[in-house]
Write a protein that binds this ligand. Sequence first.
Ligand SMILES: CCCCCCCCCCCC(=O)SCCNC(=O)CCNC(=O)[C@H](O)C(C)(C)COP(=O)(O)OP(=O)(O)OC[C@H]1O[C@@H](n2cnc3c(N)ncnc32)[C@H](O)[C@@H]1OP(=O)(O)O
Ligand SMILES: Cc1cc2nc3c(=O)[nH]c(=O)nc-3n(C[C@H](O)[C@H](O)[C@H](O)COP(=O)(O)OP(=O)(O)OC[C@H]3O[C@@H](n4cnc5c(N)ncnc54)[C@H](O)[C@@H]3O)c2cc1C
Length: 618
Amino acid sequence: MGITDMQEAFYYRECAAAHENSPLGLHYAMFLPTINKQATPEQKKKWLPLAENYKMIGTYAQTELGHGTFIRGLETTATYDPKTKEFILDSPTLTSKKYWPGCLGKTSNHCVVMAQLYTQGKSHGPHMFMVQIRSMEDHSVLPGIEVGVIGNKFGYGTNDNGFLSFDKLRIPRENMLMRYSQVGRIPRENMLMRYSQVSRIPRENMLMRYSQVHEDGTYVKPQNAKLAYGSMVLIRSSIVSDAARGLAQACVISIRYSAVRRQTEAYPGGEEPQILDYQTQQYRLFPLLASAYSLQLAGKYVFNTYLEVNDQIEKGNLESMPELHALSAGLKAFSTYEASAGIEVCRICCGGHGYSQASGLPKIYVDVVPGCTYEGENTVMMLQTARYLMKCYSRAKQGQKLPGFVQYIGQNLNKKSCMSEEVALGCLVMAYEHRAARLVEAAAMRMQSLIQGGKKQHEAWNGSSVQLFWAAKAHCHLFCVKNFVDAIQAKSLSSKTVTVMKSVCQLYGVHGILENLGEFMQDGFFSGEQVGYLQRKMLALFENIRPNAVALVDAFDYPDMVLGSCLGRYDGQVYQALYDYAKSAPMNQTEIHSTYYKHLKPLINPETTSDAMQFAKL
Ligand SMILES: CCCCCCCCCCCC(=O)SCCNC(=O)CCNC(=O)[C@H](O)C(C)(C)COP(=O)(O)OP(=O)(O)OC[C@H]1O[C@@H](n2cnc3c(N)ncnc32)[C@H](O)[C@@H]1OP(=O)(O)O
Ligand SMILES: Cc1cc2nc3c(=O)[nH]c(=O)nc-3n(C[C@H](O)[C@H](O)[C@H](O)COP(=O)(O)OP(=O)(O)OC[C@H]3O[C@@H](n4cnc5c(N)ncnc54)[C@H](O)[C@@H]3O)c2cc1C
């Protein structure tokens, strides 16, 4: 189709294969970007045309049976042999087997492997290597490699998450040497297959844009070791929009359905109201609608930040890497938590029909919920953000200026909320700033007191980690509120749009406070009276939003084909669609199901079991 823009390609694929996760997902989400960002120009020249034309089909193989979060603990080794100028990949233990990479089990013929680099007898930590695992001729698994699928999962049925191990012992040493001695004489494109066949790969296959191993085995350190984690940062930055999309789609389904579904006479003999008119339905759905908008805006922001910082990195300026890491890790966690929990609420709000696959909601849920785990387990990611916040706190205490989105840290905490009946956006932002600043300080104080009490740094960290988590979550929440407020204050919006979106934004802020009231009230920042303003405002906002609710979900503009939902159809013909779905079920294609003959008839009518025997033989 000639589509080169990554986001555009995503939307195209979403329409073309709406109901399945692509078995090539990891190829374009991680394998191609990793080559693009981490390979040398020569490597790119060699691999990109093959990868872009789906000759090389690849994945990103980092996680192992024993380690996922702790990358430095990975056990797969890549040992450089200067005599042969090769790396020897090895999976020395059961726990070192690669486990979980998507599209690995059956689809990929290559992968980027994260392995511990050893050269000149020293370990240099995790580095990436390009490894061919299957033949480009017939897709057979190459010698020295064991690869397979990991079995059924919660979802992602069409994405063959796999296991993989390298066993150098299975390859005769002489064979490998012989193959190597031919390197200079065979065509370049033959090299990958020949080397991988023996689980030995050429030195040039190490993705060494930033770190290098010279031919004699000398290791040259990269400017920053975490540059090798760049692909993860890219995907974390993309996952925020991904989570937002899942939540937005669930809101479309649940809100449209709630406008069609009628239930329970409002008064004896009266009409059954649309369930969307129930305040309790609005209480569960409208804040999620607001959250979907907020996360979409946050997703855009973080991805644009990724692009900007990446631009600087390309120019050799690594200054903003820590900010980007903290922002992308925290928002990835915050957004996937919010979206997963929200999609489940949308499902429950559809009553019994929400439990049917016909609702489209189970599929959305199982697609979004692994985002809480992959690309960095959410709690661990929040703690990475907290680590950054602690550094900022200590810098603020030393009077140093902080970057824009953390400038609230270290602010004076002895103030009261400016909240009035009107619930001004400025007062909402101030409230979130105060809560985050207080929780950052509380976590820092806790750490400090544990250390002063004789605990070691790592013990103090663990002993403060719940508070650190709260601080990071409050920080991300503040970011989402502030970013939403900034977006609706953008000059490009029409006044009508601003009126509607202001209500949505206010609801996002107000509901978030009411759901986390303890954190806003612990130090007396809000008075009880002010909480009353917020509660009344929330109910008033439900009434404001109600007439626009369906238009607000229509505005996400997801075609029916993408939603794949009988409940969320644009035309509202929910009951006909459900009935058609039932009629088309495979079990309805025959009047009597085969199990009747096999199991039921012998019970109901034992004297005529010969039929059943007959069937069993068939
Ligand atoms: C279209 C969409 C859908 C896309 C759909 C995609 C489909 C799904 C794809 C899923 C693919 C995968 O899951 S791939 C596998 C993903 N795996 C993970 O994400 C593993 C998560 N683990 C990690 O990222 C790491 O190991 C950490 C961050 C947890 C810890 O790393 P570490 O090496 O032990 O580092 P640590 O000592 O804690 O920290 C040292 C310093 O490095 C910093 N640091 C750590 N990471 C980074 C980083 N990335 N960038 C900058 N700086 C960093 C720390 O802040 C710290 O700074 P200072 O404080 O010292 O200054
Ligand atoms: C659908 C799916 C697709 C995936 N695709 C890929 C892929 O393509 N490539 C790939 O390489 N990997 C992939 N993964 C693996 C994924 O990246 C890891 O599962 C993830 O990084 C989490 O690591 P873990 O499984 O080791 O969790 P663990 O670290 O074992 O986490 C278990 C628990 O321990 C806690 N914990 C761990 N460390 C800490 C800590 N330091 N402080 C506090 N708590 C901690 C966590 O919070 C969590 O509650 C995929 C996983 C899934 C589910």
